[in-house]
Design a protein around this ligand. Sequence first.
Ligand code: NI
Length: 167
Amino acid sequence: MPILPILHYPDERLHTIAKPVSVVDNAIRQLVADMAETMYAAPGIGLAATQVDVHLCVIVMDISETHDQLLALINPVILKAEGEAVRDEGCLSVPGIYEPVTRAARITVKYLDLEGKEVIQTADGLIGVCIQHEMDHLEGKVFVEYLSRLKQGRIKLKMKKRARETM
Ligand code: NI
């Protein structure tokens, strides 16, 4: 299984809106496997297909310390969002940047699992935030876009500098 290259902010492709998956078939399961391997290798706790330049509504996540609780969400939709919580977020597409973001404290999300079966799940804490963060990617949004323009400008400069240094 290959490790896929991750797009880095401010790459324009991160603003692509993902299309829903029509059938959960072996190609989608392979994409999930490759995305999981990419996420674990990074290492990270969540990855949206958008970040590996595949514009389909697919997310992988694993917030466990043992890295054996892989969660794949296909075509996720938020049915209910309640409350407010602030948490520091980071992103594999914006390496080295951690900033607080306000999101819903608790969400109910509907998605398809790897067998194409519909799942409805309520999530709060880290997993709830992670789902909201990854779902933003599918809509072409990166978490730094919640920050002030000034902060976004500084982060862009930092990312450009970093890209030059790693070339
Ligand atoms: Ni991210």
